[in-house]
Design a protein around this ligand. Structure first.
Ligand code: UPG
Length: 588
């Protein structure tokens, strides 16, 4: 107290809070009043932010940390008493009648949806300098992930509105959760591109705050090694999105304007919007309060497994078990092989792609109770087996997919499994780590993420009847991938399979070395035989049929070494670039 400067009442309160929670060490080194007073005030500003951004405030954070650290020290398993089994969910098959009707149901619902992108992560595993949503989704058009997401939401909005009789002014809200690591660059990307065609008032940025680091098992807060008046902080995880949505007031606003669904998604899955219409259709027709999207999962693949957990007391829940916990949980509960593939060649536990669809009413009711607090975990790295000291400070973390953990048994929690080729191709791993992925498991790299777009689009066109050549196998940055024709289209052209089918006729063909860019809503392809590169641009409602034999030298693929610093980082991490030798560009 002697060394505190004159404090404002709220600062006195915070100081008392810290002292009563065993944090006196934070002040021990403070010199007498008059020295560093500004820094001392900044300290309280930071404490104030940490206190207000955590549900229940800093006292709760410290108490939760103490409990979780004690459990961790005691080796307590968060899944104690639970045994895992394979859950049953909706399994969809692309292009069949059920899929097509679910897509239509989903488009109808889309005008009652709001989208939430969690994009506060730095992407440490990818090691890319910029923000991940600014990376090109594919380099044929060079459009970034964020542009594709926004164009997809706008296409859904337009298609959904068309189904309403009379006037429809719906603007689907789009929230982006950022963090200090991503906020400025995300705002800049939006502003410098006129929000990629979305009305700025549709977009809401919610910035998550980091949480205080913990220095020891007593949950004493760690000071920043470079600034003794600052508490060290680290990210709390994507689970923050629920508390931020709760405190933003957006949910009430959405509910009052007739929104029914909140759809959460992640920063770099270029295929996700192939899954949204049908998955939303499942939520609507099954009346799911929670619907998470899943894909068949290879054992040990770094995606969580959707698991049914049954407690000895009879409670059950269907929940994501994170990839690092699934194997130990299975081994501890009578499955000696742990996380292993079954006769299908996949793990029996579907892989969580972290695309959640929540029904807004029940979601808001739950948040009234929890204020968005999500079950947390702590992962300290101890110096030795006595578990008394940490190698470096730790912090509590939370994940958005743990939301259902607090729901009552009456909640309707389901999941929908779709093919990975259609729906899931994230960009998470750097070239070195990707090259080490066991053969047959997905790389989740910039290389595989882009090739997956071409593969999916080729397969969709094939299903629609077109003759699309087989891929060739090539190796980029040490990763063996299928190279399909480089086919891309804007979301307004092929939002759902029915649209694609109506626009592509079976008498069309595309050779393997071709690239085809479809950039116009009403372009049809009939009697086209393409062997080279074709870019078709048609203004808004212009109807244009692409036909005839088109042949040119096209765009060849050049290998790029990921260590070649003369290339841009966006190119290096994928290991190839296009040599644009010759192309035909049609503008209508
Ligand atoms: N993110 C935040 N804030 C954070 C941390 C992450 O917004 O503090 C975002 C990040 O930008 C990304 C998303 O959260 O959009 C997921 O982060 P990422 O590092 O890609 O997640 P993973 O650890 O790979 O795992 C998540 C789920 C896992 C799921 C997998 C599917 O935890 O269950 O299988 O994503 O891609």
């Amino acid at each position: 107290r002697r060394n505190l400067p004159l404090l404002a009442p709220h600062e006195v309160k915070l100081a008392k809070l810290l002292l009563s929670e065993g944090q006196s060490h934070l002040f021990e080194h403070w010199p007498e009043p008059g020295v560093d007073d500004d820094k001392k005030r900044n300290f309280f500003d930071q404490v104030c932010r940490l206190n207000s951004s955590y549900p229940g405030g800093l006292a709760s954070y410290i108490q939760n940390a103490r409990k979780l650290l004690a459990d961790s020290k005691a080796g307590k398993n968060p899944y104690d008493g639970f045994s895992p089994s394979v859950p049953s969910g909706e399994v969809l098959t692309f292009g069949d009648d059920n899929f097509v009707s679910l897509e239509e149901a989903g488009v109808k619902e889309a005008r009652h949806a709001a989208f939430v992108l969690v994009a506060g992560g730095l992407g440490e595993r990818l090691g890319y300098k910029g923000i991940k949503v600014a990376l090109p989704r594919e380099t044929t058009t060079g459009k970034c992930f964020l542009q594709h997401y926004i164009e997809s939401i706008l296409a859904l909005q337009e298609a959904s509105c068309k189904l309403v009789e009379g006037e429809c002014n719906t603007k689907i809200p789009f929230v982006i959760m950022t963090s200090d690591d991503t906020n400025a660059l995300t705002v800049k990307l939006l502003e410098s591109n006129s929000y990629f065609g979305m009305e700025p008032s549709q977009v809401h940025i919610l910035k998550q705050e980091k949480v205080a680091c913990l220095a020891d098992n007593d949950a004493r807060l760690a000071l920043d090694p470079n600034d003794k008046y600052k508490i060290q902080t680290k990210p709390h995880g994507h689970g923050d999105v629920h508390a931020l949505l709760y405190s933003s007031g957006l949910l009430e606003q959405w509910k009052s304007t007739g929104r029914k669904w909140v759809l959460f998604f992640q920063d770099t899955n270029g295929l996700l919007f192939n899954a949204i219409p049908s998955a939303l259709g499942v939520s609507a027709t099954k009346g799911y309060n929670v619907n998470s999207l899943a894909v068949p999962r290879k054992a040990k693949e770094a995606i969580g497994g959707i698991t049914k957990l049954t407690h000895v007391d009879g409670r059950t829940m269907v929940i994501n078990v994170e990839y690092n916990q699934l194997d130990p949980l299975l081994r501890a509960t009578g499955h000696p092989d742990g996380d292993a593939n079954c006769e299908t060649g996949y793990s029996p536990y579907p892989g969580n792609i972290n695309q959640l669809i929540l029904e807004i009413g029940p979601y808001m009711e739950e948040l009234q109770k929890t204020h968005g607090a999500i079950s947390e975990f702590v992962n300290p790295k101890y110096t030795d087996s006595t578990k008394t000291a940490f190698k470096s400070s730790t912090r509590l973390e939370c994940m958005m997919q743990d939301y259902p953990k607090t729901l009552p048994p009456s909640a309707k929690v389901g999941f929908t499994v779709m093919d990975a080729w259609l729906t899931y191709a994230p960009v998470k791993n750097n070239p070195e780590d990707s090259a080490k992925v066991p053969k047959g498991n997905p790389y989740h790299s910039a290389t595989s993420g882009e090739m997956a777009i071409y593969r999916a689009n080729s397969l969709i066109l094939r299903k629609a009847g077109a003759q699309i050549a087989d891929p060739v196998i090539d190796t980029f940055n040490g990763q063996e991938v299928e190279v399909w024709p480089r086919i891309t289209w804007i979301p307004r052209w092929g939002l759902i399979f029915k649209d694609v089918k109506a626009k592509v006729h079976s008498n069309s063909s595309v050779s393997q070395r071709s690239a085809l860019v479809i950039n116009g809503k009403n372009i049809t392809i009939q009697g086209l035989s393409l062997d080279g590169t074709l870019i078709v641009n048609a203004k808004d409602e212009a109807k244009f049929n692409v036909t005839g034999h088109i042949e040119n030298k096209g765009w060849t693929i050049q290998h790029v070494d990921h260590k070649d610093t003369s290339e841009k980082e966006e190119i290096r991490i994928r290991g190839f670039k296009f040599n644009k030798v010759e192309q035909l560009e049609l503008n209508y």
